[in-house]
Design a protein around this ligand. Structure first.
Ligand SMILES: NC(=O)c1ccc[n+]([C@@H]2O[C@H](COP(=O)([O-])OP(=O)(O)OC[C@H]3O[C@@H](n4cnc5c(N)ncnc54)[C@H](O)[C@@H]3O)[C@@H](O)[C@H]2O)c1
Length: 327
Protein backbone atom coordinates (compact mmCIF):
# COMPACT_ATOMS: atom_id res chain seq x y z
CA UNK A 1 0.00 0.00 0.00
CA UNK A 2 1.25 3.52 -0.80
CA UNK A 3 1.59 5.49 2.48
CA UNK A 4 -0.76 8.48 2.66
CA UNK A 5 0.77 11.94 2.95
CA UNK A 6 0.53 13.27 6.51
CA UNK A 7 -2.19 15.82 7.26
CA UNK A 8 -0.60 19.27 7.63
CA UNK A 9 -1.65 21.20 10.74
CA UNK A 10 -2.39 24.86 9.95
CA UNK A 11 -2.95 27.90 12.15
CA UNK A 12 -4.37 31.36 11.41
CA UNK A 13 -3.41 34.78 12.78
CA UNK A 14 -6.25 37.18 11.89
CA UNK A 15 -9.67 35.72 11.17
CA UNK A 16 -11.42 38.38 9.03
CA UNK A 17 -12.46 38.49 5.39
CA UNK A 18 -9.41 37.10 3.61
CA UNK A 19 -8.70 34.51 6.33
CA UNK A 20 -12.21 33.19 5.76
CA UNK A 21 -11.50 32.92 2.04
CA UNK A 22 -8.31 30.92 2.64
CA UNK A 23 -9.97 28.72 5.25
CA UNK A 24 -12.93 27.99 2.95
CA UNK A 25 -10.51 26.87 0.23
CA UNK A 26 -8.26 24.91 2.60
CA UNK A 27 -11.29 23.12 4.08
CA UNK A 28 -11.72 21.54 0.66
CA UNK A 29 -8.16 20.08 0.68
CA UNK A 30 -7.89 16.56 2.09
CA UNK A 31 -4.25 16.96 3.18
CA UNK A 32 -4.67 19.80 5.71
CA UNK A 33 -6.37 20.36 9.07
CA UNK A 34 -7.27 23.81 10.38
CA UNK A 35 -6.05 23.42 13.94
CA UNK A 36 -6.03 26.81 15.69
CA UNK A 37 -6.77 30.50 15.13
CA UNK A 38 -6.13 33.75 16.96
CA UNK A 39 -7.35 37.33 16.50
CA UNK A 40 -7.13 40.50 18.60
CA UNK A 41 -10.93 40.31 18.56
CA UNK A 42 -11.63 37.01 20.39
CA UNK A 43 -15.25 36.91 19.19
CA UNK A 44 -13.96 36.80 15.59
CA UNK A 45 -11.48 34.05 16.44
CA UNK A 46 -14.27 32.08 18.14
CA UNK A 47 -16.71 32.42 15.21
CA UNK A 48 -14.01 31.51 12.66
CA UNK A 49 -12.88 28.52 14.73
CA UNK A 50 -16.42 27.25 15.11
CA UNK A 51 -17.02 27.60 11.35
CA UNK A 52 -13.84 25.71 10.41
CA UNK A 53 -13.53 23.22 13.28
CA UNK A 54 -10.42 24.86 14.77
CA UNK A 55 -9.54 25.92 18.32
CA UNK A 56 -9.61 29.64 19.17
CA UNK A 57 -6.49 30.60 21.15
CA UNK A 58 -5.39 33.81 22.89
CA UNK A 59 -2.32 34.85 20.91
CA UNK A 60 0.47 33.83 18.53
CA UNK A 61 2.47 32.15 21.33
CA UNK A 62 -0.52 29.94 22.18
CA UNK A 63 -1.00 29.21 18.46
CA UNK A 64 2.62 28.12 18.09
CA UNK A 65 2.20 25.72 21.03
CA UNK A 66 -0.30 23.66 18.95
CA UNK A 67 2.36 21.67 17.01
CA UNK A 68 1.60 23.34 13.69
CA UNK A 69 3.19 22.71 10.30
CA UNK A 70 2.48 26.21 8.88
CA UNK A 71 0.71 29.48 9.66
CA UNK A 72 -1.42 31.93 7.64
CA UNK A 73 -1.00 35.58 8.69
CA UNK A 74 -4.09 37.51 7.52
CA UNK A 75 -3.97 40.76 9.50
CA UNK A 76 -4.50 44.33 8.23
CA UNK A 77 -1.40 46.28 7.12
CA UNK A 78 -0.93 48.23 10.39
CA UNK A 79 -0.95 44.99 12.42
CA UNK A 80 2.43 43.92 10.99
CA UNK A 81 4.00 46.56 13.28
CA UNK A 82 6.26 46.44 15.16
CA UNK A 83 8.39 44.17 12.97
CA UNK A 84 10.26 42.56 15.91
CA UNK A 85 7.07 41.21 17.49
CA UNK A 86 5.05 40.73 14.28
CA UNK A 87 3.30 37.41 13.78
CA UNK A 88 5.65 36.73 10.84
CA UNK A 89 8.73 37.23 13.05
CA UNK A 90 7.30 34.91 15.72
CA UNK A 91 6.30 32.22 13.20
CA UNK A 92 9.70 32.37 11.49
CA UNK A 93 11.50 32.22 14.86
CA UNK A 94 9.58 28.99 15.51
CA UNK A 95 10.94 27.70 12.19
CA UNK A 96 7.50 27.35 10.56
CA UNK A 97 6.52 28.17 6.95
CA UNK A 98 4.18 31.13 6.63
CA UNK A 99 1.70 32.53 4.12
CA UNK A 100 1.20 36.25 4.67
CA UNK A 101 -1.34 38.45 2.95
CA UNK A 102 -0.33 41.52 0.99
CA UNK A 103 0.51 44.30 1.63
CA UNK A 104 3.50 43.37 3.77
CA UNK A 105 3.01 46.53 5.88
CA UNK A 106 1.65 50.08 5.43
CA UNK A 107 5.24 51.36 5.06
CA UNK A 108 8.55 50.13 3.66
CA UNK A 109 10.72 50.07 6.81
CA UNK A 110 8.45 47.56 8.61
CA UNK A 111 8.37 45.23 5.60
CA UNK A 112 12.18 45.41 5.17
CA UNK A 113 12.68 44.62 8.87
CA UNK A 114 10.29 41.65 8.70
CA UNK A 115 12.00 40.51 5.49
CA UNK A 116 15.27 40.33 7.45
CA UNK A 117 13.59 37.99 9.96
CA UNK A 118 11.75 35.54 7.68
CA UNK A 119 14.53 34.60 5.24
CA UNK A 120 15.10 31.21 6.88
CA UNK A 121 11.63 29.74 6.36
CA UNK A 122 9.38 28.99 3.39
CA UNK A 123 7.25 32.08 2.71
CA UNK A 124 4.42 32.89 0.29
CA UNK A 125 2.63 36.23 -0.09
CA UNK A 126 -0.98 36.62 -1.28
CA UNK A 127 -0.29 37.96 -4.77
CA UNK A 128 -2.49 35.19 -6.13
CA UNK A 129 -2.98 36.91 -9.52
CA UNK A 130 0.33 35.29 -10.48
CA UNK A 131 -1.48 31.93 -10.27
CA UNK A 132 -4.30 32.97 -12.63
CA UNK A 133 -4.85 31.35 -16.02
CA UNK A 134 -5.26 34.70 -17.86
CA UNK A 135 -1.85 35.75 -16.52
CA UNK A 136 -0.30 32.51 -17.84
CA UNK A 137 -1.90 33.22 -21.23
CA UNK A 138 -0.61 36.82 -21.22
CA UNK A 139 2.88 35.61 -20.33
CA UNK A 140 2.85 33.17 -23.25
CA UNK A 141 1.54 35.80 -25.70
CA UNK A 142 4.22 38.32 -24.68
CA UNK A 143 7.13 35.87 -24.42
CA UNK A 144 8.73 36.69 -27.80
CA UNK A 145 7.62 40.33 -28.08
CA UNK A 146 9.12 43.63 -27.07
CA UNK A 147 6.71 45.30 -24.65
CA UNK A 148 6.53 49.05 -25.32
CA UNK A 149 3.79 50.38 -23.07
CA UNK A 150 1.67 49.38 -20.09
CA UNK A 151 -1.34 51.04 -18.52
CA UNK A 152 -2.08 49.67 -15.04
CA UNK A 153 -5.48 50.51 -13.61
CA UNK A 154 -7.35 50.01 -10.35
CA UNK A 155 -10.62 51.99 -10.33
CA UNK A 156 -12.86 50.92 -7.47
CA UNK A 157 -14.86 51.80 -4.36
CA UNK A 158 -13.50 52.17 -0.83
CA UNK A 159 -13.49 48.60 0.56
CA UNK A 160 -15.80 48.09 3.58
CA UNK A 161 -13.15 47.57 6.28
CA UNK A 162 -12.73 50.27 8.95
CA UNK A 163 -8.94 50.62 8.66
CA UNK A 164 -8.75 51.04 4.87
CA UNK A 165 -9.37 54.80 4.52
CA UNK A 166 -6.57 55.73 6.96
CA UNK A 167 -3.07 56.09 5.53
CA UNK A 168 -1.27 55.10 8.71
CA UNK A 169 -3.35 51.91 8.98
CA UNK A 170 -3.55 50.73 5.36
CA UNK A 171 -0.71 52.49 3.52
CA UNK A 172 -3.26 53.96 1.07
CA UNK A 173 -4.87 52.63 -2.12
CA UNK A 174 -1.66 52.06 -4.11
CA UNK A 175 0.04 50.08 -1.34
CA UNK A 176 -3.07 48.23 -0.16
CA UNK A 177 -4.86 47.54 -3.43
CA UNK A 178 -3.18 48.66 -6.66
CA UNK A 179 -0.11 46.70 -5.57
CA UNK A 180 -1.78 43.73 -7.29
CA UNK A 181 -1.42 45.43 -10.70
CA UNK A 182 2.08 46.71 -9.92
CA UNK A 183 3.11 43.16 -9.00
CA UNK A 184 1.65 41.93 -12.28
CA UNK A 185 3.44 44.68 -14.24
CA UNK A 186 6.73 43.43 -12.75
CA UNK A 187 5.85 39.89 -13.83
CA UNK A 188 4.70 40.71 -17.38
CA UNK A 189 6.73 43.81 -18.29
CA UNK A 190 9.79 43.99 -16.01
CA UNK A 191 11.39 45.94 -13.18
CA UNK A 192 10.54 49.61 -12.70
CA UNK A 193 13.48 51.96 -12.19
CA UNK A 194 11.74 55.31 -11.64
CA UNK A 195 8.26 56.56 -10.72
CA UNK A 196 6.74 60.01 -10.65
CA UNK A 197 3.26 60.28 -9.14
CA UNK A 198 0.50 62.77 -8.39
CA UNK A 199 -2.67 62.46 -6.32
CA UNK A 200 -5.89 64.44 -5.99
CA UNK A 201 -8.33 64.62 -3.08
CA UNK A 202 -8.98 62.28 -0.17
CA UNK A 203 -11.73 59.70 0.34
CA UNK A 204 -14.72 60.65 2.55
CA UNK A 205 -14.06 59.98 6.24
CA UNK A 206 -10.39 59.21 5.67
CA UNK A 207 -7.03 60.65 4.66
CA UNK A 208 -5.94 58.36 1.80
CA UNK A 209 -5.73 59.68 -1.73
CA UNK A 210 -8.98 59.61 -3.72
CA UNK A 211 -7.08 59.18 -6.99
CA UNK A 212 -3.41 58.64 -7.86
CA UNK A 213 -1.60 58.55 -11.17
CA UNK A 214 2.03 57.67 -11.82
CA UNK A 215 4.50 57.54 -14.68
CA UNK A 216 6.54 54.30 -14.63
CA UNK A 217 9.94 53.82 -16.33
CA UNK A 218 11.03 50.21 -16.82
CA UNK A 219 14.61 48.92 -16.91
CA UNK A 220 13.98 47.36 -20.35
CA UNK A 221 12.94 50.71 -21.83
CA UNK A 222 9.17 50.18 -21.66
CA UNK A 223 7.11 53.06 -20.32
CA UNK A 224 3.86 52.97 -18.45
CA UNK A 225 1.32 54.53 -16.18
CA UNK A 226 -0.55 53.50 -13.07
CA UNK A 227 -3.90 55.00 -12.21
CA UNK A 228 -5.81 54.23 -9.01
CA UNK A 229 -9.22 55.64 -8.06
CA UNK A 230 -11.21 54.95 -4.88
CA UNK A 231 -14.18 57.21 -5.59
CA UNK A 232 -16.57 54.85 -7.38
CA UNK A 233 -19.57 52.82 -6.24
CA UNK A 234 -18.14 49.52 -7.45
CA UNK A 235 -15.03 48.08 -9.08
CA UNK A 236 -14.94 49.41 -12.66
CA UNK A 237 -11.63 47.97 -13.78
CA UNK A 238 -8.52 46.34 -12.30
CA UNK A 239 -5.76 45.10 -14.54
CA UNK A 240 -3.16 45.93 -17.16
CA UNK A 241 -3.29 46.93 -20.84
CA UNK A 242 0.02 45.92 -22.38
CA UNK A 243 1.09 47.13 -25.83
CA UNK A 244 3.71 45.27 -27.88
CA UNK A 245 4.32 45.64 -31.62
CA UNK A 246 1.10 44.51 -33.30
CA UNK A 247 -0.44 43.22 -30.07
CA UNK A 248 -2.54 44.54 -27.19
CA UNK A 249 -3.10 42.29 -24.16
CA UNK A 250 -5.53 43.40 -21.46
CA UNK A 251 -5.24 41.16 -18.40
CA UNK A 252 -6.55 40.97 -14.86
CA UNK A 253 -7.21 38.50 -12.10
CA UNK A 254 -10.07 36.84 -14.00
CA UNK A 255 -10.06 38.17 -17.57
CA UNK A 256 -7.95 38.58 -20.67
CA UNK A 257 -8.63 40.58 -23.83
CA UNK A 258 -6.33 40.18 -26.81
CA UNK A 259 -6.11 42.10 -30.07
CA UNK A 260 -3.49 40.53 -32.32
CA UNK A 261 -2.75 42.42 -35.54
CA UNK A 262 -5.86 43.87 -37.14
CA UNK A 263 -8.21 41.17 -35.77
CA UNK A 264 -11.15 42.03 -33.52
CA UNK A 265 -10.34 41.82 -29.78
CA UNK A 266 -11.12 38.47 -28.14
CA UNK A 267 -12.16 38.54 -24.48
CA UNK A 268 -12.29 35.55 -22.12
CA UNK A 269 -13.56 35.48 -18.53
CA UNK A 270 -12.36 33.15 -15.77
CA UNK A 271 -13.44 32.19 -12.25
CA UNK A 272 -11.24 34.18 -9.80
CA UNK A 273 -11.67 31.44 -7.19
CA UNK A 274 -9.44 29.15 -9.31
CA UNK A 275 -6.43 31.45 -8.86
CA UNK A 276 -7.11 31.77 -5.11
CA UNK A 277 -7.24 27.97 -4.85
CA UNK A 278 -4.03 27.59 -6.86
CA UNK A 279 -2.21 29.97 -4.49
CA UNK A 280 -3.22 27.95 -1.42
CA UNK A 281 -2.42 24.68 -3.22
CA UNK A 282 1.07 25.95 -4.10
CA UNK A 283 1.73 26.92 -0.48
CA UNK A 284 0.48 23.62 0.95
CA UNK A 285 2.46 21.63 -1.63
CA UNK A 286 5.59 23.60 -0.75
CA UNK A 287 5.07 22.92 2.97
CA UNK A 288 4.59 19.22 2.19
CA UNK A 289 7.83 19.19 0.19
CA UNK A 290 6.11 18.51 -3.12
CA UNK A 291 7.45 20.22 -6.28
CA UNK A 292 5.91 23.61 -7.07
CA UNK A 293 6.21 25.65 -10.29
CA UNK A 294 7.68 28.98 -9.13
CA UNK A 295 6.25 30.82 -12.16
CA UNK A 296 2.63 30.06 -11.30
CA UNK A 297 3.06 30.24 -7.50
CA UNK A 298 2.55 33.24 -5.25
CA UNK A 299 5.86 35.03 -4.63
CA UNK A 300 8.01 34.49 -1.57
CA UNK A 301 8.60 37.35 0.88
CA UNK A 302 11.80 38.62 -0.78
CA UNK A 303 10.10 38.80 -4.19
CA UNK A 304 6.92 40.41 -2.80
CA UNK A 305 9.16 42.97 -1.10
CA UNK A 306 10.25 44.18 -4.56
CA UNK A 307 6.60 44.94 -5.42
CA UNK A 308 6.18 46.57 -2.01
CA UNK A 309 9.22 48.81 -2.67
CA UNK A 310 7.60 49.86 -5.95
CA UNK A 311 4.18 50.58 -4.41
CA UNK A 312 5.66 52.54 -1.50
CA UNK A 313 7.82 54.53 -3.95
CA UNK A 314 4.66 55.53 -5.86
CA UNK A 315 3.00 56.55 -2.58
CA UNK A 316 6.05 58.59 -1.52
CA UNK A 317 6.26 60.31 -4.89
CA UNK A 318 2.54 61.17 -4.81
CA UNK A 319 3.02 62.72 -1.35
CA UNK A 320 6.17 64.71 -2.19
CA UNK A 321 5.64 65.47 -5.88
CA UNK A 322 9.25 64.38 -6.52
CA UNK A 323 10.32 61.39 -8.66
CA UNK A 324 11.55 58.28 -6.84
CA UNK A 325 14.27 55.99 -8.18
CA UNK A 326 14.34 52.23 -7.50
CA UNK A 327 17.54 50.22 -7.63
N1 LIG B 1 -4.92 38.79 -1.76
C1 LIG B 1 -6.16 39.25 -1.79
O1 LIG B 1 -6.88 39.14 -2.76
C2 LIG B 1 -6.72 39.90 -0.55
C3 LIG B 1 -8.11 40.05 -0.43
C4 LIG B 1 -8.60 40.66 0.72
C5 LIG B 1 -7.73 41.13 1.70
N2 LIG B 1 -6.39 40.97 1.53
C6 LIG B 1 -5.44 41.49 2.53
O2 LIG B 1 -5.58 40.74 3.73
C7 LIG B 1 -5.36 41.60 4.86
C8 LIG B 1 -6.57 41.48 5.78
O3 LIG B 1 -7.72 41.93 5.08
P1 LIG B 1 -9.19 41.48 5.53
O4 LIG B 1 -10.10 41.94 4.44
O5 LIG B 1 -9.21 40.08 5.95
O6 LIG B 1 -9.38 42.44 6.80
P2 LIG B 1 -10.43 42.26 7.99
O7 LIG B 1 -10.47 43.57 8.68
O8 LIG B 1 -11.68 41.65 7.45
O9 LIG B 1 -9.75 41.16 8.93
C9 LIG B 1 -8.55 41.37 9.61
C10 LIG B 1 -8.63 40.61 10.94
O10 LIG B 1 -7.37 40.74 11.59
C11 LIG B 1 -7.62 40.98 12.97
N3 LIG B 1 -6.44 41.61 13.57
C12 LIG B 1 -6.07 42.92 13.55
N4 LIG B 1 -4.90 43.07 14.17
C13 LIG B 1 -4.49 41.84 14.56
C14 LIG B 1 -3.35 41.36 15.26
N5 LIG B 1 -2.36 42.17 15.64
N6 LIG B 1 -3.29 40.04 15.53
C15 LIG B 1 -4.28 39.19 15.17
N7 LIG B 1 -5.40 39.60 14.50
C16 LIG B 1 -5.49 40.90 14.20
C17 LIG B 1 -8.87 41.83 13.00
O11 LIG B 1 -9.52 41.80 14.28
C18 LIG B 1 -9.69 41.17 11.89
O12 LIG B 1 -10.47 40.09 12.37
C19 LIG B 1 -5.15 43.00 4.31
O13 LIG B 1 -3.78 43.29 4.27
C20 LIG B 1 -5.71 42.93 2.89
O14 LIG B 1 -5.06 43.77 1.96
C21 LIG B 1 -5.87 40.35 0.43
Amino acid sequence: MVPKDPILRLGFVGTGGVATRHATILSGFDDVALVAATDVDPTRAAAFSEQFGAEAVDDVAALLARELDAVYVCVPPFAHRPAESSAEAQVAAAGLPLFVEKPLAPDLATAEAIGDRVGGVLTRVGHHWRCAEPVAQARALLADRTVRLVSATWWDKVPPVSWWAHRDLSGGPVVEQAIHVLDLARVLVGEVTEVSARAHGTVPGGDVDAVTTALLSFANGAVGTLSAASVLGAKHRAGLEIVADGLVVGVGEDWIEVRDGAAEPVRSEFDRWTACEAADRAFVDGVAGRPVDPVTSPPDYAEALRSHRLATAVARSAASGAPEKLS
